[in-house]
Each structure stands twice: as structure tokens, then as C-alpha cells.
Design a protein around this ligand. Structure first.
Ligand code: ZN
Length: 337
């Protein structure tokens, strides 16, 4: 992955070609905007895109569609030390970008570029700007210095100030086609096609999330969990013991998986068709539960799991062990009638 990482700062991902070509053509025509809003769901590589495009603008000898990767500016950019690039991010332990950080960047924007070219500011994520910081940045967006390009990267542009939003050229990124991602993923991950598709499905179609899941060996973790919940289903393992074993799992992710398994059981009950399942490797268990549980019990448990998941994603403080025991007891009761 090391080679790929270095490459990330030079090239866009395969699914970002149209956005890349748009910016390159604007650049060649001398029509770059001073501010862009890169928006879309997480896991699409928007931040990498912004870094790659910054590298392209800073490069002394750019090719038609990419930085040269060899000049001094490219080297400075790849080590994250280019004096004409500022990345505005949350500081450690903070969830917001503060006004002092923005002021520093405004000072930077008002200076002449040290290397005589562009000055670039990346704000990531833009929704982390608190209200004062956003208002301070607004000034910079209204009166940008010459050859200054600001790229705001956002997953939740709806929560941003409308005044900021309206001063940026919108650059939307959408979830790419599965085939595009699978081709890219198959070059990086040593898994067969069925597993690649499963990774992509677990990642809700987000390419970088599926790559992270592959690197985290999430499929083998998930297989173990399916085996263990299967033990509970068959009455061979106690909910309390399995809850104990699941304590080190990420709760939100775990509940997301259980929610997906239940949805598959419901699908199995309605259609009997394994091909429609998102988790085909648990078809046996799904068929068994579907034959025993009532549709209303399945829907009730699914609603409960989803509500617990929403709580787990918030700041709610609760007893994880008790929640897991409760979950597994409810799961067991599906088939007990
Ligand atoms: Zn270069």
C-alpha cells in the first residue's frame, strides 16, 4: 500500500475522472474558481482528490492531467510540507475548526506565494467550522487573494452556512458504479469476487470504506460473529457468553450488521430466494429463522436494533454488555416462538 499512498497525492481515483478533468480544463482556460465545495458521502476520497489537485496546481512542470511528481514542489507536497498549501483540520481532541485557525489561514492567504505560484487552502471537513470560524472564512471567500484556491471538503454540506455554500463552485461526488470499484479493489486486495462484492456491500458502496474493511480483515471477524450468533440460534451458546465475546466490537458497526442479517431473514421469509440476500453466507441460518419466527417479531426486532444503532451513534451513555445480552436474547427468542 505504500506505493499507492504516494500515488494518492498525484492522481485522482478512477471514479473521480470527470471532476478532475473539469478542474484541469478550467485551469488550462485560466478559469479556476477561487473556491470549490467538494461534496458527497464519506469514503469517496474527496480529501485525497483535493490534495492531488493542490499538487497539480503547485507543480512546476505539470503534465496535461497530472503533476510531474519529481520537482521540488511535488516533493514538498508529498511530504506534506509545501509552504503554499495549508490544510485546515480539527485539532487533536476537538471536533471543531476554530476561529484562530481560520485567522492564521487568512494571514497566509494575504501573503504572496513563496514559490511564486498558487496558494491553496483545504478545509477538511468543512462542516467542522464553528459559526465564528465560518464567518471569518467568509471574508476570505469574498475577497480572495490573487491565485488563491480554497477547497472545502464536506460530507454534510446541508449543515454548513448557506453564505459559505453559495460562494463556492459545487463539485459533487457520487457513489460510483460497483463495477468501477470492484476493478479498482481487485488490484489492491487479495480476495475473490464474491468477497469483494460482500466488502462493497458492507461498506454501502463506498470504495475507500471497502478497502479499509479489507485491510482490517473485517470479513473474517464477520464470519466469526455469524458463527457465534448461529450458536445462539441453535441453543448451543449462551447469549451472555457471546455478549462477553462481542464486547470488543465496534457497537455501531455490529448493530449495522445485525440489522442487515435481520433484513435478509425478512427477505428470505418473503421470497425464499437466496439470490436476493445481501449476506448469502448466512442463508442456512436465515432459512431456519424465517421458518420459525413470525413476520411481526422479525420487524419488531429490526426496528429495535435500528433504534439502538441510532443511539449508539449518538452520544448516549449505556451499558454495552447489557445491550448485547438483550440483543442476543431477543435474537434467540425469534425461534423460540
Ligand atoms: Zn512537479
Amino acid at each position: 500500500m505504500a506505493g499507492n499512498h504516494a500515488g494518492l497525492l498525484m492522481y485522482p481515483y478512477p471514479w473521480q475522472q470527470s471532476q478532475w478533468e473539469l478542474l484541469c480544463s478550467q485551469h488550462q482556460a485560466g478559469k479556476l474558481s477561487h473556491a470549490y465545495l467538494l461534496k458527497g458521502v464519506a469514503g469517496l476520497g474527496k480529501y485525497s482528490f483535493s490534495r492531488a489537485f493542490a499538487g497539480f496546481l503547485l507543480c512546476q512542470h505539470p503534465e496535461k492531467l497530472s503533476a510531474c511528481g519529481k520537482c521540488k514542489d511535488c516533493q514538498l507536497n508529498q511530504t506534506g510540507n509545501h509552504p503554499d498549501l495549508k490544510v485546515l483540520e480539527t485539532e487533536e481532541k476537538s471536533k471543531v475548526i476554530k476561529i484562530d485557525q481560520v485567522r492564521e489561514v487568512i494571514n497566509f492567504a494575504n501573503k504572496t506565494a513563496q514559490q511564486g505560484g498558487y496558494r491553496i487552502i483545504i478545509v477538511h471537513p468543512a462542516e467542522a467550522l464553528n459559526i465564528n470560524a465560518a464567518n471569518a472564512l467568509l471574508k476570505c471567500l469574498e475577497e480572495p487573494g490573487e491565485k488563491t484556491v480554497i477547497m472545502l471538503v464536506s460530507e454534510q454540506q446541508n449543515t454548513m452556512l448557506a453564505t459559505i455554500n453559495s460562494r463556492c463552485q459545487q463539485l459533487p461526488f457520487s457513489v460510483p458504479k460497483a463495477e468501477t470499484i470492484l476493478e479498482w479493489l481487485s488490484g489492491l486486495v487479495d480476495e475473490d469476487e464474491q468477497n469483494l462484492r460482500l466488502l462493497l456491500s458492507l461498506a454501502e458502496g463506498q470504495p475507500l470504506t471497502s478497502l479499509k474493511f479489507a485491510n482490517d480483515k473485517i470479513l473474517s471477524v464477520r464470519s466469526r460473529l455469524i458463527e457465534e450468533i448461529g450458536g445462539v440460534t441453535k441453543g448451543q451458546a449462551s447469549p451472555v457468553d457471546i455478549a462477553q465475546r462481542w464486547m470488543d466490537q465496534d457497537l455501531s458497526q455490529l448493530l449495522g450488521w445485525v440489522s442487515g442479517w435481520l433484513a435478509d431473514v425478512i427477505r428470505m421469509q418473503q421470497t425464499g430466494d437466496v439470490a436476493l440476500m445481501k449476506n448469502p453466507d448466512m442463508a442456512g441460518m436465515a432459512r431456519y429463522i424465517a421458518s420459525k419466527a413470525s413476520p411481526s417479531a422479525l420487524h419488531k426486532l429490526l426496528d429495535w436494533v435500528n433504534s439502538q444503532r441510532a443511539l449508539a451513534q449518538g452520544a448516549a451513555n449505556f451499558n454495552k454488555q447489557l445491550l448485547l445480552e438483550d440483543l442476543l436474547i431477543r435474537w434467540l427468542h425469534l425461534t423460540l416462538g
